[in-house]
Write a protein of this length. Structure first.
Length: 116
């Protein structure tokens, strides 16, 4: 993903709040040039920052977290599990932080069910 593509993707959600695409591009270039971040990590970091600022919900996958932290997906899962344990110990409601994918179900219907 290029910086331009990342800014375009962010604009799909945040243009309604008056976010300026040129400013997003400037911030991403700054992160890449001055802080040695990847485009992906700046993209996800901006998603996080903008969702906080505008009170929207952004969902991050383990891949997103791995890209933000510049670690492997397995390390991201380990970090997520560690944070989850710490939050549970503090009595936090995990549904505020982690949304698990529902288990998929398979249904087998006979052809007669479709036509009757």
């Amino acid at each position: 993903m290029t910086i331009e593509e990342a800014a375009t993707e962010l604009m799909k959600t945040y243009s309604r709040f008056g976010v300026d695409k040129k400013e997003l591009i400037r911030m991403m270039k700054n992160g890449v040039r001055n802080y040695d971040l990847t485009v992906a990590s700046t993209f996800h970091g901006l998603r996080m920052m903008l969702s906080e600022q505008f009170h929207t919900q952004e969902l991050f996958s383990q891949r997103d977290i791995a890209e933000m932290l510049d670690i492997s997906e397995q390390e991201a899962v380990e970090q997520i599990e560690k944070a989850k344990s710490e939050l549970l110990e503090q009595g936090e409601d995990m549904s505020k932080y982690i949304i698990s994918e529902p288990k998929r179900q398979k249904f087998i219907l006979s052809p007669q069910k479709w036509t009757s």
